[in-house]
Design a protein around this ligand. Structure first.
Ligand code: SF4
Length: 503
C-alpha cells in the first residue's frame, strides 16, 4: 500500500481546506437569498471570501478542525490495524503541516497532545463490506457546533412550542427548537443531522451519520423527505440568520433518519454542524492505497469561486479603532457599528480565563482587546506564523468575563455568538464592548495578523495559550455595547416569538 499515507494526507488536507461542492452551492444560495447590506449578508460575504482563501492557500477553512471522525469500509482480508495506524500517521503529519489544529486534550490533565492523537482520538469506525475497494469518509466537526447538538426525550415541553408528543409533529417541534436554541453559537447557517429513535448513545452517532448525506439529496422515505423540506422552510422563517445576526438563512440542510427504539424511549438526536461543514470521502485501491475516486465531488467540475471579488465589501462607514482603547472611544460605539481594529490584541480562551481568576494577567490588559480565539500557529525559525485565527464561542467565558473586564480593564472582548447578562452589565459599568468577529472566517483573520509579537503560557497548548498579535483592519461588528444594548438578546427574543407562531 505504497500510496496509502499520501492518499490519507490528501483526504485530511482537502477536507480541512476545500469545502465540498454541495456545501458551496448551499452557501452561494444563502448569499443570494440574504437581504443586501445587512449584518448577515456582510457575514456571508466574509465567509465566501474565507472559503476562497482557504482553498487558494491550502489552509484550514476554520481554525477549529474538529474531532477527526473516519468512517471506513474495507473488503474482506484488509488489515484494519495497519489502516488505523496509517490514519493516525497521516493525522500527525497533517497537524505538523498546519492543516489541522492540535485538538486532542487529555480530559483529566488538560494537556494537549500536540499531534491530534490521544485516548479515543481520532474516532475511527471500521466496517467490512463486499466491495473490492476501501472507502474512507472523514468529517471534521468543530467544538462550537458540537456544543449545539441536542437530544430530546419525547414527550416533553418546549419553550415557545408547547408539548412535543411521540409522533412526527413532536419530532418537528424538537428539531425547530434545536435550531432556535443554537442561535449563532454554532456559526449559523447550520446543517442538521437528525436521528429519530435509537438509544441515547447510538442516536447521537446516527444523527452524525446523516451529515454524510449530500445536502441536495432527497430522503427515500417520503414522510421524512416531507419533514426535511418542512423544517428547511420553517427554520428559515425563524430569522436567526448568519452568525445569529438576524436574517433569512438559518439552515443550509436538514437530513433525518430513523432507527428502531425501545418501547419506553423516544429520542430525537440532533447533530448541528456549522456552515464550515467539512466532510469528504475517497475510494482507494485496496492493493496500492491510491485514490481511485473522490466522493462528494464531480471530477469534471472545477472548484468555483464563492466571492464576487477579492476581499469583502466595505461601506466606508466602518469605525477605525486602534488599541489600547480608551473608555471614551468605547462608549462612543453602538450596537450595529462595524469596526476595523488595528494594533495589538491578545488571545485568551477557556484555560486563560480560568487562570486569570486566580492569577494576575501575564501582560497589562488595560485598554486591551481580548480575542476569544484558539489559532493554528506554526513555528518558523524563532518566530510564529498564524495559519488560521477565527473566533471561538464566547459564551463559555460568561462565568469569568465580567470579573476580567472589571479587574483587568479589558475594553473590547472579541469572539462569536455573543455573551450573557453578567458580561453586558460589566461592559456597562466599566466601559467595554463586545465585538463579533465572523465565526469560521479563519483565513480572513489570519491575514489580518501582521505579526505574532509573542506568546504567554504556551504550556496550555497552542489553542489555549495567550498570543500577542499585531493586527490590521480586523473586521468585527459591535453586538453588545456599553449602554446595555445586545443584538443577541434582541434576536433571541424576536426568534422566540417567530418560533411560537410555528406551534
Ligand atoms: S465555523 Fe464556527 S462552529 Fe464551525 S468549527 Fe469553526 S468556529 Fe466552530
Amino acid at each position: 500500500m505504497q500510496f496509502l499515507g499520501s492518499s490519507l494526507l490528501e483526504l485530511i488536507t482537502q477536507t480541512s481546506t476545500n469545502l465540498p461542492p454541495d456545501v458551496r452551492l448551499a452557501m452561494a444560495s444563502a448569499l443570494r437569498s440574504e437581504k443586501p447590506d445587512t449584518q448577515s449578508s456582510q457575514a456571508l460575504n466574509v465567509i465566501a471570501g474565507n472559503i476562497d482563501m482557504a482553498h487558494a492557500d491550502e489552509a484550514p477553512i476554520c481554525q477549529d478542525t474538529g474531532m477527526p471522525t473516519f468512517i471506513v469500509h474495507t473488503p474482506a482480508g484488509c488489515n484494519q490495524l495497519a489502516l488505523g495506524a496509517a490514519i493516525r500517521g497521516a493525522l500527525v503529519e497533517a497537524t505538523r503541516l498546519g492543516r489541522l489544529r492540535p485538538n486532542s486534550v487529555d480530559s483529566l490533565t488538560g494537556k494537549n497532545s500536540g499531534n491530534n492523537l490521544g485516548i479515543e482520538t481520532p474516532v475511527i469506525h471500521f466496517e467490512q463490506w463486499e466491495e473490492e475497494e476501501i472507502e474512507i469518509r472523514l468529517i471534521l466537526k468543530g467544538g462550537g457546533c458540537e456544543n449545539m447538538n441536542s437530544q430530546y426525550s419525547l414527550p416533553c415541553e418546549l419553550p415557545h412550542l408547547g408539548r412535543a408528543d411521540r409522533n412526527l409533529e413532536g419530532v418537528r417541534k424538537a428539531i425547530l427548537h434545536a435550531v432556535w436554541q443554537a442561535q449563532g453559537f454554532g456559526c449559523a447557517p447550520g446543517a442538521l443531522g437528525v436521528c429519530i429513535g435509537g438509544d441515547r448513545a447510538h442516536g447521537y452517532h446516527l444523527a452524525k451519520m446523516q451529515l454524510f448525506r449530500e445536502l441536495g439529496d432527497v430522503n427515500p422515505n417520503s414522510d421524512l423527505a416531507a419533514l426535511e423540506a418542512r423544517i428547511m422552510e420553517e427554520a428559515n422563517r425563524l430569522g436567526v440568520g448568519a452568525m445569529g445576526f438576524g436574517g433569512r438563512v438559518s439552515l443550509i440542510g436538514c437530513k433525518i433518519g430513523a432507527a428502531n427504539r425501545l418501547p419506553a424511549c423516544f429520542f430525537v438526536s440532533v447533530a448541528y454542524d456549522c456552515w464550515a461543514f467539512r466532510r469528504l470521502g475517497i475510494r482507494l485501491d485496496a492493493k496500492s492505497g491510491a485514490i481511485t475516486r473522490w466522493l462528494y465531488r464531480d471530477p469534471d467540475r472545477q472548484v468555483e469561486r464563492m466571492a464576487a471579488a477579492e476581499g469583502f465589501p466595505l461601506s466606508g462607514r466602518e469605525v477605525i479603532l486602534t488599541t489600547p482603547l480608551s473608555e471614551e472611544t468605547v462608549r462612543a460605539l453602538k450596537v450595529g457599528d462595524v469596526v476595523l481594529l488595528n494594533g495589538e490584541m491578545f488571545t485568551g480562551r477557556d484555560q486563560m480565563h480560568s487562570y486569570l481568576m486566580k492569577n494576575p494577567p501575564p501582560v497589562d490588559l488595560h485598554g486591551a482587546a481580548l480575542y476569544h480565539c484558539g489559532p493554528v500557529m506554526l513555528k518558523q525559525g524563532d518566530g510564529w506564523v498564524t495559519k488560521a485565527a477565527g473566533p471561538t464561542t464566547s459564551v463559555r467565558e460568561e462565568p469569568y468575563e465580567h470579573h476580567i473586564i472589571r479587574r483587568c480593564g479589558v475594553r473590547a472582548v472579541i469572539g462569536k455568538g455573543g455573551m450573557g447578562e453578567k458580561t453586558l452589565a460589566a461592559m456597562k459599568d466599566a466601559g467595554a464592548v463586545y465585538l463579533h468577529a465572523i465565526g469560521g472566517a479563519a483565513q480572513v483573520y489570519a491575514r489580518a495578523v501582521e505579526k505574532v509579537l509573542g506568546v504567554h503560557l504556551l504550556e496550555f497548548g497552542i489553542p489555549e495559550a495567550m498570543w500577542q498579535l499585531k493586527v490590521k483592519n480586523f473586521l468585527a461588528i459591535v453586538t453588545m455595547d456599553s449602554h446595555g444594548a445586545s443584538l443577541h438578546a434582541d434576536v433571541e427574543k424576536k426568534t422566540g416569538e417567530a418560533l411560537a407562531l410555528l406551534q
